[in-house]
Design a protein around this ligand. Structure first.
Ligand code: AP5
Length: 229
């Protein structure tokens, strides 16, 4: 039993399919990583898949680079196809945590259709809320390792050696879309294009709200108790 009151085996053979929704900096990635370890299911992050394609300079990466740098959303058809392919991989058989997908009602409809085709269901959609001020502080202070991708924060999780990753010693960089003006644009895009998902999932009885303006371990505990029900 963990201090969150959940055993990793509490779900036994049962699968778990979660969606995390939230504005930039809400802590989706931080929580998804913890949940993935805790429940031993993969975390599927559209943002990471796009950034990986950009780093490798694949045709997809070349197509989406300008979109990410501007803080806008990649078109639904590209995003749905990418995620459908990923969710069909073997490691997703017992479930997954979707971090950053869906982000529009079009994507949510695409996901619904994919799940229906596979005769699967979502267990919960967690909407993590934070203030715009907190989001600005978290995103503009974030620094990621250019080698292993580990996240640090200048104030909340400073590296032991300035500018270097605690895990692998790689150089820490600021994500191009973490500059102040781009974070503002991502916030605007979230309010306009992603918040309609809240009533969308409320109507289906799947939505659960989480206050993200708290330290990561408190948010994790809250999420675990919501999932446990
Ligand atoms: P993506 O990479 O998904 O970015 P995002 O959703 O804007 O989310 P962030 O990574 O900024 O924040 P987060 O909520 O994961 O917070 P994190 O845990 O990292 O997407 C990037 C871009 O890709 C999009 O703008 C779009 O262009 C494209 N894209 C992605 N998905 C798409 C889709 N479905 N459709 C179309 N386009 C798509 O935490 C942030 C910081 O805060 C970290 O430094 C962390 O250490 C710190 N922190 C976290 N939690 C706490 C806490 N509780 N207290 C204090 N600090 C905390």
């Amino acid at each position: 039993m963990t201090d969150h009151g959940l055993r990793t085996t509490d779900y036994g053979p049962k699968s778990l399919r979660l969606v995390l929704i939230g504005p930039p900096g809400a802590g989706k990635g931080t929580q998804a990583e913890r949940l993935a370890k805790h429940f031993n299911i993969p975390r599927l992050t559209t943002g990471d898949l796009f950034r990986q394609a950009i780093r490798k300079e694949t045709p997809l990466g070349r197509k989406v680079k300008g979109i990410l740098d501007a803080g806008h959303l990649v078109p639904d058809e590209i995003t749905i196809a990418l995620m459908a392919e990923r969710m069909e991989q073997k490691d997703c058989e017992s479930g997954f945590i979707l971090d950053g997908f869906p982000r529009t009602v079009g994507q949510a409809e695409g996901l619904k259709q994919w799940l229906e085709e596979k005769k699967l269901k979502l267990d919960s959609v967690l909407a993590v809320a934070i203030s715009q001020e907190e989001a600005m502080a978290r995103n503009t202070g974030r620094r990621q390792c250019s080698h292993c991708g580990a996240a640090h924060h200048l104030k909340f999780h400073p590296p032991r050696k300035e500018g270097l990753c605690d895990k692998c010693g790689g150089a820490l960089m600021q994500r191009p879309d973490d500059r102040e003006e781009t974070v503002r644009e991502r916030w605007r895009v979230y309010q306009q294009q992603t918040t309609p998902l809240i009533p969308f999932y409320q109507k289906q009885g799947l939505l659960q709200k989480v206050d993200g303006n708290r330290p990561p371990e408190k948010v994790f505990k809250a999420i675990c108790s919501l999932i446990k029900g």
